[in-house]
Design a protein around this ligand. Sequence first.
Ligand code: FEO
Length: 391
Amino acid sequence: MKPREIIPDVQYVGAPDFDRRLFDSLIPLPDGTSYNSYLVRGRDKTALIEAIEPSKLYVLEAYLKDVPKIDYLISNHTEQDHSGGIPWVLDRYPGIELLSSEPAKPMLADHLGLDAGRIRTVADGERLELGGKTLRFIYTPWVHWPETMSTYLEEDKVLFSCDWFGSHIAQTGLFVDGADCILAEAKRYYAEIMMPFRKVVQKNLDKIKDLEVALIAPSHGPIYRDPRSIIQAYREWTDDKPLNSVVIPWVTMHGSTALMVERLTASLVQRGVAVHPFNMASADIGQLAMALVDAATLVVAAPTVHVGPHPMVFNAVVLANALRPKVRFASVIGSYGWAGKMVDMVKAAIPSLKVEFLPTVIAKGLPRQAEFEALDALADAIAEKHKDLGL
Ligand code: FEO
């Protein structure tokens, strides 16, 4: 199998994975994913960027079958979907030099059991000459782990960005062929992987703002021939200002909480606020994460199981806390039978969200007129708070 040309002397040797449906035993992959790897051939030296996920190593092996010599293996990121094939590459090319960022060196040793003596670290901004092709290493921490770097090919202005700007999608084409479509995939990816590090992502965006970038070649999903749209999207997703929207993860057992969610949703819509309700009994948590990217308010809606929130909703609460979206306000609504600590438990579970808590509405059994009026008042309060933010 021949490496696939992206531009002269830059080739694709990665693998789509059409069948994978879950990443990290957590993240749904409705459209599969890809593990991208690239060959950069200079006049004198050749570099391989990333060594892909072990389950697809046979694809990399096939691409490299007729590549007798590679001088450098560049590991931008230690997570195994990019580094898992490193031991095989080191075996296949005994003279190859493995390059990584300084913080990656111990991590590669820890995660892959590599001999740290085999790793040469490169500094932020350091250049590697291949002969007519110059690679520059740019430390871009926390996209997605603390050690992550990007690699920039100066002559051709290609940014090998690793995880950031990536998307979980499998396709046979190498390039983005529908900008709107891929932005939705990239937003899902950002929401699930990058959002907890939003502030650092902003700094990394600043770091590359004066870089001329003709192509972004990420390690998941297709290559951007016009990178402006994805860079602008990252600017918007990481921006501190949310949108005029509310996310409601909910579930119902006997209908009470469903009635409350319906009333609050209708009431918010009447006040011009967009609402994204997710029934956690069947919701795709990737869609929930995407809605959290922009939302100004999180309303947790759950019935009480024993004394706490229904576990399916509590799972969404824990996830929201881990993803650290830019939400500014939060509330809890729901129902209970005879006793409950649901509100306290939800509040205690979201310490990473810097939110102002708005009044809660909890019904004993079926919601009645008083609870419906309280939900309308909560909608008033949310709309007012959003207005105060200029949304
Ligand atoms: Fe694609 Fe952080 O691994």
